[in-house]
Design a protein around this ligand. Structure first.
Ligand code: DON
Length: 570
């Protein structure tokens, strides 16, 4: 990646083909990646070139944003298997051009045989190996039912086969692995070996090379089944039988009944105001929307713009807001179908003010040190944004949780299964993969959905769409979405500036600001330290995608330079 260089690709003139782009390329880069485009009609931003181009082709065929989203969700499973998935789940937020907003929860569920203490060892300690690697870590997948439900309610194309066929083709013909894809697949080989009951192309000893064609024949057959039989192609027939057989071989607990019972759910979005903006996001089982709105409420009384972007004052304020929100997350948030989450109260502006009463502009607050966990640098969820030529917008974050999920590949199918069970609180106070702790609200119960941080978001102003955004990043998802939304709403950045700007993160416990290197200058660092903030510099935070709808109706779309992400449009 060191040799990456940027050059403006102005050969495609705005007006001639209605799309202007800035392309990032390098001698070893496999695809001509657009990091920033201005599109007249429609735009798609995803974590992979091949998926973005699939989305664009569906839009050009007359599909709407939901049609394109379905094709992209499936295509990402094939060309971005680290996170794109049919063995996992996600959240979709859809805003129709007229202003109606819908959210779809296709989050995984705990299997019927799951129990609150299923990850505790004989001493009563949480064994996170079990919740993160192998068959017991897997939640009942939701992505295929999610896409079927989105299709039934909102498809304009009304041609399911056309939406699934690109995935059959990519799996059959193969796609070229990028350098980071080849490297991560190689790095994960030992875990694939450990977690799998059957040999497969990911666990054998052959090393993947940059530019190598990855053909997935078994997966192509799965997509033919989904193409021809819809929901039944995954939750029934030979694919479901294969999943159940895999579970039996690996001592997992998902049964055919679990698969048959799985249903994605339409939920009310959460919404709140920030100045003239109205922000829509995902309700529980995601914590993302609630925290985003709570944090915006807490910030509304302060003049961030006046404080300055990444000044000591603004970083301190945002940190304190993040600290308070994540403390609430640990205690109050879980699946609302199982636990009475005080949703309204948490997003109430008076409550937000009360939470900030003890905010000291000169001094860091103290988080309890108990139960603090290490943050891991995992960026293995994926987000995509789509706006179609009618102004309908989709924002989807979808995941297997860790990179390649549980590392279990269903024998004979090529399906990667999630390790989403780790998002439950295995034991009160014990941190999960992202250092997040939880309690009663997020304990494991059969058929319950595990709490998420995924924050697909859509923002409007004066009743008009202005921004679509989201990112992977575990717990940092919520704070990244907050900061990129503020980059636009407060600091007036365009999509590319807002997405590429450096980011920082605080999640209450551990009591530390983790930050990308360039987010905090040496002077600001000194000042933050003297106020009592510990700052730890870490690697990249998130892989943000965003589309801003400009006043003239054109689309300003940006793909994160932190990854192989790509913006397409026309
Ligand atoms: O739902 C969640 O919050 C997590 N399973 C998301 C995991 C994630 O973002 C991993 N990597 N970036």
């Amino acid at each position: 990646m060191k040799n990456l260089f940027y050059f403006a690709c102005l050969s495609l003139l705005f007006g001639l083909n209605s799309c202007k782009s800035i392309t990032q390329s390098s001698p070893e880069s496999i695809y001509p990646l657009n990091k920033s485009i201005q599109a007249k009609n429609a735009a798609v931003v995803t974590a992979h070139y091949v998926a973005s181009e699939v989305g664009k082709s569906i839009l050009e065929k007359g599909g709407n944003a939901v049609d394109a989203a379905i094709a992209v969700q499936f295509a990402l499973d094939v060309c971005f298997p680290v996170a794109g998935n049919i063995g996992g789940g996600g959240f979709m937020i859809y805003r129709e051009n007229g202003g109606a907003v819908y959210t779809l929860d296709y989050r995984e569920k705990a299997p019927l045989a799951a129990t609150a203490d299923m990850y505790l060892d004989e001493n009563g300690d949480a064994d996170l190996n079990k919740s993160q690697l192998g068959h017991l870590a897997v939640g009942v997948p939701g992505s295929v039912d999610g896409m079927v439900q989105a299709y039934k309610r909102f498809s304009k194309l009304k041609d399911w086969k056309t939406l699934v066929q690109p995935s059959v083709d990519i799996a059959k013909k193969g796609f070229k692995l990028t350098a980071s894809q080849a490297a991560y697949l190689n790095e994960t080989k030992p875990k694939f070996e450990k977690a799998n009951t059957r040999p497969n192309q990911f666990s054998d000893s052959k090393r993947f090379k940059t530019g190598e064609l990855l053909v997935q024949k078994d997966l192509a057959r799965v997509y033919e089944a989904i193409r021809d039989n819809g929901r039944e192609g995954f939750y029934g027939g030979w694919v479901a039988d294969s999943i159940v057989a895999e579970m039996k071989r690996g001592n997992g607990i998902i049964t055919l009944e679990d698969l048959e019972k799985y249903q994605a759910k339409w939920r009310e979005p959460v919404a709140g105001y920030y100045d003239d903006y109205k922000v829509y996001s995902m309700a529980p089982p995601s914590s993302g929307g609630v925290l985003l709105i709570q944090m915006l409420e807490m910030l509304e009384d302060y003049d961030l713009k006046d404080m300055g972007f990444h000044s000591t004052e603004s970083i301190h304020l945002i940190t304190e807001v993040e600290r308070r929100a994540f403390a609430d997350r640990a205690k109050h948030l879980g699946d609302t179908d199982f636990y009475p989450v005080p949703l309204k109260e948490m997003m109430d502006s008076l409550y937000a003010r009360k939470r900030m009463i003890d905010f000291d502009p000169k001094q860091a607050s103290l988080s309890s040190q108990i139960g603090a966990g290490e943050l891991k640098e995992s960026e293995q969820t994926t987000h995509f944004c789509i706006v179609d030529n009618e102004g309908n917008a989709v924002s989807i974050t979808t995941t297997l949780n860790g990179g390649y999920g549980s590392k279990v590949i269903v024998g004979g199918t090529g399906i990667f299964l999630n390790n989403e069970m780790d998002d439950f609180s295995a034991k009160p106070g014990t941190p999960n993969m992202f250092g997040l702790i939880g309690a009663e609200a997020n304990k494991i119960e059969p058929e319950k959905r595990m709490l998420s941080s995924m924050t697909p978001t859509i923002i409007e102003k004066n009743g008009e769409l202005v921004m679509v955004l989201g990112t992977p990043g575990g717990s940092t998802i919520i704070t990244s979405v907050l900061q990129v939304a503020l980059n636009y709403m407060e600091f007036g950045m365009d999509a590319n500036e807002a997405v590429q700007a450096s980011r920082f993160h605080h999640q209450w416990l551990p009591n530390v600001i983790t930050s990308e290197k360039s987010a905090i200058s040496p002077e600001v660092l000194k000042e933050l330290n003297s106020m009592g903030h510990e700052v730890v510099i870490r690697g990249k935070i998130g892989r943000m995608e965003a589309i801003i709808k400009m006043q003239d109706g054109s689309l300003d779309a940006a793909a994160d330079t932190r990854g192989d992400d790509h913006a397409s449009g026309y």
